[in-house]
Design a protein around this ligand. Structure first.
Ligand code: SAM
Length: 270
């Protein structure tokens, strides 16, 4: 489905008009579809989950490539009915992706999450999946607003380096796959988009405790790291971590790399 005419025909069949509040900007550029699906195939995932199949720009290709292992999660009831008719053998979950307990879906470990994410949930969804215990994804291929991707990929000291950058980079290896412009969608959005790929790292960190630590470290950006942490963790542990990591007393959270955050947290939580 790569032309506006095909998209119109599907909108008519599904009985829908694009809803801004659900971020329904449908992908039209076949080169971007191809880049995403080729990458997913190369990962040889155990299963594929797509959030927001919409009218199927990615879904059609995913079902052809993974005929027995695609699960769709869609919030729009018109689109859920469309997919039930169009692909009766594919598992479709009618739900808000933000409230899915992924561990309960029976999806095998080693699955890949694919999505052209609605703009409003992209940042929180990546954090939610990163922190959910037992989620089955070892890889994700996600399209999102360019600014959100940039925040997730930001390096220490960059203006947009913050909690999502540290937390997501701690648990995933992230790379840019391809950029998309407004003209690649219908309706045309007023922002640019980027597809990023995320491969899960092996980690034994206690995720909830770690994210609380990172939030505390960034709680007041202008303040020194020491001041942000001192009321939440024992002084002796903080001092020891500063010394072992070779940090100056005046260090601020935004100067530490995700690896330094991880080491710091290990030192104060033993
Ligand atoms: N995959 C299609 C494409 O690339 O053309 C549609 C992508 S469109 C940007 C986002 C899709 O996510 C829509 O189908 C929308 O209905 C769905 N959606 C929006 N919010 C959602 C949510 N919270 N949970 C699940 N699906 C959602």
């Amino acid at each position: 489905m790569h032309t506006k005419q095909e998209l119109d025909a599907r909108m008519q069949e599904a009985g829908i008009q694009p809803l801004k509040k659900l971020g329904q900007n449908f992908l039209l550029n076949p080169n971007i579809v191809d880049a995403i699906v080729t990458h997913v195939k190369a990962l040889s995932p155990s299963a594929v989950v797509e959030i927001g199949p919409g009218l199927g720009a990615l879904t059609d290709e995913l079902i052809v490539s993974f005929p027995s292992s695609v699960t769709l999660v869609e919030i729009d009831s018109g689109l859920v009915e469309f997919w039930k008719k169009r692909a009766p053998l594919v598992q479709i979950i009618h739900s808000d992706a933000m409230s899915v307990q992924w561990v309960n879906l029976g999806i095998p470990d080693g699955a890949c999450l694919v999505s052209n994410l609605p703009y409003s949930i992209a940042a929180s969804l990546v954090m939610e999946i990163t922190l959910q215990a037992g989620q089955p994804f070892s890889s994700m291929v996600l399209m999102m607003q360019k600014e959100v991707a940039s925040r997730i990929q930001a390096a220490p000291n960059a203006e947009d380096y913050g909690i999502p950058s540290v937390v997501v980079q701690t648990f995933w290896t992230i790379a840019k796959l391809v950029d998309a412009g407004p003209q690649d969608f219908y309706p045309v959005p007023n922002v640019g988009s980027r597809v990023i790929t995320l491969k899960q790292k092996t980690s034994t960190l206690a995720r909830q405790g770690y994210v609380e630590f990172v939030k505390q470290a960034f709680s007041q950006r202008r303040k020194k790291l020491n001041s942000n942490l001192k009321n939440s963790y024992p002084k002796a542990k903080i001092d020891e971590a500063f010394e072992k990591l070779g940090l100056s007393d005046s260090a601020r959270a935004q100067e530490l790399s995700p690896t330094q955050f991880e080491e710091f947290y290990r030192l104060i939580s033993v």
